[in-house]
Design a protein around this ligand. Sequence first.
Ligand code: PEP
Ligand code: CO
Length: 452
Amino acid sequence: MPEPWTPDSWKTKDVSQQVTYPDPAVLAQVQAEIARLPPLVTSWEVEALRERLARAAAGEAFLLQGGDCAESFDDCAPDTIATNFKILLQMSLLLVHGTRTPVIRVGRIAGQYAKPRSSATEERDGVTLPSYRGDIVNRSPFTAQARTPDPTLLLRGYERSALTLNFVRALADGGFADLHHPENWDLSFAKDSPHHDEYRRIAESIKDAIAFMEAVTGTQSLPLRRVDLYTSHEALSLEYEQAQTRQVPRRTGWYDLATHMPWIGMRTADPAGAHVEYCRGIRNPIGVKVGPGMSDEQLTAVMERIDPEREPGRLTLIHRLGADRVEAELPRLIEAVRRNGRTVLWCADPMHGNTETTASGIKTRRFDRILSELQQAFDVHAGLGSHLGGVHFELTGENVTECIGGAGGIEEGDLHLHYRSKVDPRLNYQQALEMALLITRRLRRTSAGRAE
Ligand code: PEP
Ligand code: CO
């Protein structure tokens, strides 16, 4: 018999990255208030995503997951939300073109507010304070007051998520996402990219395909006027997730209705720990980050715990091994899953294993290494008869200078120009689109290979 699960049974386990709130009574009040408010997503959306992910695991769809490393309350603004949505949409169209399969768009959005930290405290000039853990936990200025965990931020985070999602849903449903006008999309990519012509050709060919289909059917295709965008975030603050965990009429089980697809971060993927305990009891599709330190036994134990029924679409393994280690580490992980007799959705996160700090102390990532990890990941999966069915990026639609390289030629000395991330460096608009284009080329080659 499996142990009984409740939305708060995680509290009986070891909680890594735990936040200590100074006043538990205020925390309980805030959680009760969040629980009374409407859900952010619905159970049928969660079920639909899970079915689509099952198709991706079977090679019939492709997952594109991306967005900010950490959303910030200040960036809950129309331009930021719209540009982040736009870049995901444009990347997804390139990928549709390359894979000839449906692309499932999942944003790191509307709740990506809690961050795991390697150290619980930060020291500056002899002063030690709690680390910044994301806007939903505390604030980033280096003062004792800002760094003290504040439970009312959970409520602020829930509200910001609702505002973000409200706008995203409207954008997804209206003229903004209308595929009849792909020419609207290449604004800033247009001028200076060497890939511009290729991108424009693809946009033109999408437009032609739509026109052709509509001419044949004699109708304007309504589904092309809207797109889906699902939400995801790291299920790190279990106080937050628990408060939105519900049962719904006419369905069995519990749903985390704070997001469609929560994931378990690398630092909290202990099979006996609180985060795995929480996620095992909810019906949502679950992502698990898999880093180079994950042993085969640990991976197998996590899979058994989260997906004992082996339901297609339930589990997405997001490997983030680093360009230097992916070739050595990935095969054993693929074999471990195979030995366990499972089909999972494999997704590559080429960002988190490739973070470095420059001599002047700026956290960055190199475009070439990100691309290299991805290419190696595609090769390793293909070589073992496995299937890489998704990619996971930290990116923004804005023209930041956080990662080095790409056709725009951002150099180390440029990083300070528009560095905005409070945590990890993100691909900017041009770098993200270029990355999608290069993956697309690669996928076209693979599918041509398969067809031969
Ligand atoms: C993240 O995705 O922002 C993150 C912290 O990843 P990981 O858990 O893989 O380090
Ligand atoms: Co990150």
